[in-house]
Design a protein around this ligand. Structure first.
Ligand code: N2P
Length: 361
């Protein structure tokens, strides 16, 4: 019996060990890939892919700073990546295992170097803007045909929001997206690190708080698509996916995305390998697969986000490469701002402020 039990344990241990070696665990944003690519990865590499999703940088950051997440690849946004690198959460990439890095786009590498100097720890997966999604018919019904659907006044002017509350407004549950926007609305520097300036964002948000139905960072896609809400302050590609889902459902809902004319946040989501990743080699295999020009194009064509891969551009559909809401032209680009992380003290202030805004009192 003892012998038998020991044998069983040993067999299980061996199975577990080999299963572990065969496995790559990826933690990515929700609604951020064509799932056919996941199957393709397993077929091409023989590795087993565990693919989990999240919709919040704060959730990912808690895991990265605690350590032991068990993930091999994670995808923080640049400003979060920056402080996680400083905290020692990631390992440097081994470029010899990433031949497809030749496909990357210098224009984006130059920008992501702001967060990851020399791009030593990460590759860009996708990038985009944060802005306003509207159900154009509903918003026109409530605010008239000249509703400012491309302006932050749509979501920060209480007079507009009071009316929009009738048809439903969601905001991202993401302080580092919403606070900069409130500052841009006031004509302040959206990347301000001055506590007094940031406090002004709280006033703006408390003024419209009664009219915000929900703070959530992924449910707005379906809520917009099925007409449950009429406005979402969210991420560009997610809102464009909502537009597509509505068109597919043929439900009469028309969804539009606008980067606010007062300025929009441009962000970069970076794939990185945790310092304690169980399978760093598998992680590199995954990154190299993603950097294949056709794979990266397939991902962007599916989720309507731009990517950091120059070679993928010849495979992008016109709806993606030809849309300035996804691949901005020079004029659009000039109207985009970036965000850098708060220091720990200011971060605590912002976290408290966000809790207060969400609770509404
Ligand atoms: C994908 C959202 C990714 C944008 N659903 C957040 N950086």
């Amino acid at each position: 019996m003892t012998f038998k039990l020991a044998t069983t344990t040993a067999v299980l241990a061996i199975t577990a060990a080999s299963a572990m070696a065969e496995e790559v665990r990826v933690y990515n944003w929700s609604d951020y890939i064509d799932e056919e690519l996941l199957t393709k990865f397993e077929e091409e590499t023989g590795l087993e892919l565990v693919y989990d999703v999240f919709d919040s940088n704060e959730v990912l950051e808690t895991k990265m700073l605690a350590g032991g997440s068990g993930y091999d690849v994670v995808v923080p946004t640049g400003s979060f990546l920056q402080r996680q690198i400083m905290a020692g959460a990631f390992q440097k990439l081994d470029m010899s295992q990433l031949p497809n890095a030749k496909n990357l786009w210098d224009v984006i590498k130059d920008r992501t170097a702001q967060y990851d100097p020399g791009n030593e720890y990460s590759i860009n997966y996708m990038w985009g803007t944060t802005g306003i999604g509207t159900n154009t018919g509903k918003v026109a019904e409530v605010l008239g045909d000249d509703a400012p659907i491309d302006s932050l006044s749509l979501i920060f002017d209480p007079a507009n929001m009071e009316k929009l509350a009738e048809c439903g407004v969601y905001f991202l549950d993401a302080p580092t997206e919403v606070i900069p926007a409130a500052l841009a609305y006031l004509g302040e520097n959206p990347d301000s690190k001055d506590a007094d300036v940031i406090a002004k964002a709280e006033e703006v948000l408390m003024g419209v708080r009664p009219y915000i139905q929900k703070f959530h960072s992924s449910e707005y896609i379906n809520a917009l698509a099925n007409g449950e809400i009429c406005v979402a302050f969210g991420w560009s590609g997610d809102i464009l996916q909502a537009r597509d889902r509505a068109a597919e459902a043929d439900n009469g809902v028309e969804v539009a995305y606008h980067a606010p004319k007062e300025g929009a946040l441009m962000w970069f989501d970076q794939m990185a390998i945790p310092a304690d990743a169980p399978n760093p080699e598998g992680a590199h295999t995954f990154l190299n697969f993603i950097m294949d020009a056709q794979n990266m194009a397939a991902a962007s064509n599916y989720v309507y986000y731009a990517n950091g891969n120059k070679a993928s551009q010849e495979y992008l559909i016109d709806d993606v490469i030809g849309d300035t809401a996804i691949y901005p032209d020079e004029a659009t680009l000039e109207n985009l701002y970036t965000f850098s992380p708060y220091d720990p003290k200011l971060q605590r202030t912002v976290t408290r402020m966000w809790t207060k805004i969400k609770s509404g009192n």
